[in-house]
Design a protein around this ligand. Sequence first.
Ligand code: GTP
Length: 598
Amino acid sequence: TPLSHIRNFSIVAHIDHGKSTLADRLIQMTGSLEERDMKDQILDAMDIERERGITIKANTVRLEYDASDGEHYVLNLIDTPGHVDFSYEVARSLSACEGSLLVVDASQGVEAQTLANLYAALDADHEIVPVLNKVDLPAAEPERIKEQIEEVIGLDASDALEISAKTGVGVPAVLEAIVKRLPPPAGGSREEPLKALLVDSWYDTYLGVVVLVRVIDGTLKKGQTIRMMGTEATYRVDKVGVITPRMVEVENLQPGEIGFLMAAIKEVADTRVGDTITDDKRPTATMLPGFKPAQPVVFCGLFPVDAGDFEALRDAVGRLRLNDASFSYETESSAALGFGFRCGFLGLLHLEIVQERLSREFDLDLIATAPSVVYGMTMRDGSEIELHNPADMPEVMKIEEIREPWIRATILTPDEHLGPILKLCQDRRGVQADMSYVGNRAMLVYDLPLNEVVFDFYDRLKSISRGYASFDYQITEYRASDLVKMSILVNGEPVDALSMLVHRAAAEKRGRDMCERLKDLIPKHMFKIPIQAAIGGTVIARETISALRKDVTSKCYGGDATRKRKLLEKQKAGKKRMRQFGKVDIPQEAFIAALKMG
Ligand code: GTP
């Protein structure tokens, strides 16, 4: 196919505005799939994604399209992950194409991720076609949303398309717009040495590692020895092909084209998204700009509830890593929780997805410690430390400075929830950077310490706004901060899994909250249990769980034997999910619950 007849594009949208539904329609209308193969949301491969309606792994599909000008076009749709945690992957995917369809739900309007994704597309120099989706809904207000797009985004929306991805109305015009309004790939040269962008990679049980590439210059073909310029690894190409969405082998991939390669690569971790692929014997002189390996910023410890499951957990995290190079892990041992793994994630959603996969796919009962962020430390002796685990905090006397990551958050919310949201941001040490109005919605821009956001900020935001606020963030910088390590002692023993770094000014309140919560969460024992929060040797909060007086079964009045037995069984089952700290049993739920801030 000549370059002039190729279009590489992606669809950017806020979650739930209809990206996957539109992609399915485009696939269906170009006949790339037989009707009977058509499942909902073909692009979302994994169960979890489907359930959550979130696209995690970038995917691509090549569409063959006969346009109204009588010409035949190849349209490559690159799917992008919809969540901020994967912003780096989004940027890489976008840099593989020349244009984007900006999908906005005509009944909802512009949301936080509409903006974030649009800016990412503009950063990639994309031509943008605004598409108003869901015009079949009675609540759709395309005219008002067009105004909103012009006002908030400054994008000309006069020729925005109005469609229903669900019914198919207006979708043929989308295909025409892709051909007419989006540019073809800029001219690469077949004669130049191979230069291709590594857009994505995934592990397939049958095929091994599959690498998605966008060829810039030269030709990629079977038998060629390629070199990954970032990792310097070399491989012999076994297969090249395109995804239609079936994987179809082709002779070669040329400038402007998007396709896959396979090359007996063992792990996804060997293929770095954003890397430049070149010919080993005749390499290109310069790498593509912007390559950087994924940096985990949120960490938590994962421990098996049953110590006997440690090997099973090791196996499971290993297998997850095969398919997710941005997930990292190392063994960790905790006095309280035994052996487990300290795991690193790109962000909160990433963490949640991994936890869920571990418990679901691998059927593991896990205790997760509170998520913490990466802290940078300068020591008095001049050395630098990166702290992933509050339990490893060095002696305070040796520390010169502690730095924590800050984010810039954008929040869009209906007016009436503004007050409580401002308070939430303020309570979390937020600094307002901007506030403006988009119709009757307020757009807030806040700088916040990530530390204050990792645990339950997003949940709180959703509940305060009854689900109507949208949120997006990016990490901006590390700032020095007065952070202290707060330890929690149960019956005089520190519970390492509950220690955390907090801002000094917030420590006392957080400590009190923790002690109060734990008091309710830890069952009574035969003796009194003091619960304390401490900074260094100083106790800053304290609660006491009183001793158990009566036998639990006594409330059954000695009468009903079945009830009595049930109660004992319940206790026994509860026991399994408990952890012993010294003489005290702490139920697993207590860990998570205790760490949710009030
Ligand atoms: P993520 O995968 O979470 O990013 O969401 P998405 O943007 O891909 O949205 P998706 O396609 O999953 O659609 C979200 C919901 O909107 C689904 O329940 C769709 O059935 C529905 N939907 C999509 N397009 C339309 C439409 O044109 N009209 C109506 N009424 N509903 C639609």
